[in-house]
Ligand binder design. Sequence first.
Ligand code: FES
Length: 163
Amino acid sequence: MRRFSDKVIEHFSNPQNVGIIERPEGIATITNPVCGDVTEIYLRIKEGIIEDAKFKSFGCAVTIASASVFTENIKGKDISKLVSGRDEETVRQLVGLVENELGELPPQKLHCPPATIQAFLEAILQYNEGKGETQLASRIKKLIPLVSKYYERGEKAEDDIIT
Ligand code: FES
C-alpha cells in the first residue's frame, strides 16, 4: 500500500480544531456512505464569515487529517465566496482544500476526504436556511449531491484493487 504523506501523518498525529463549538451557527453529522465512519463539523459564523470551525471524527487517519486541514483552511473565509464558482468547480475546489494539502492518497482512502466536504456543506446549508438566505441555501442544496462522485471515486479504486 502507498505510504501516507508527511502531511497526513502530521495532521493525524496532531489534529487541529478537534472538539465542539457550543451553540454553533452551523452543525452537521455525516456518515461516510462507503465505510460508515462518522464526521461531525461545528461552525461559528458571523455575517457570513467562518470565525471558527471544529470537528469530531470517528474515522480513520485520513478522515481526521482531512477535517484537520479543512477546518484550518476555511477559518476567516466568506461562505458565499467559497461556493461562488460553477457547481462542479466549487465542489472540486472544496475537495482540493483537503487533497492539495494532504498530497496523493492511497486509492483505498479516496472516499475519506469527501465526508468532511459534505459535512461542511450540510452545516452551511443549515446556517443559511436558519438565516432565511434561500438563494444561497438552494445553491448549496445543488452542491451536496455532487460530492457523491468523490465517494464513488474511492469505491472504484477499491474495486480495481480487489479485481
Ligand atoms: Fe472510513 Fe477513512 S473514512 S476508512
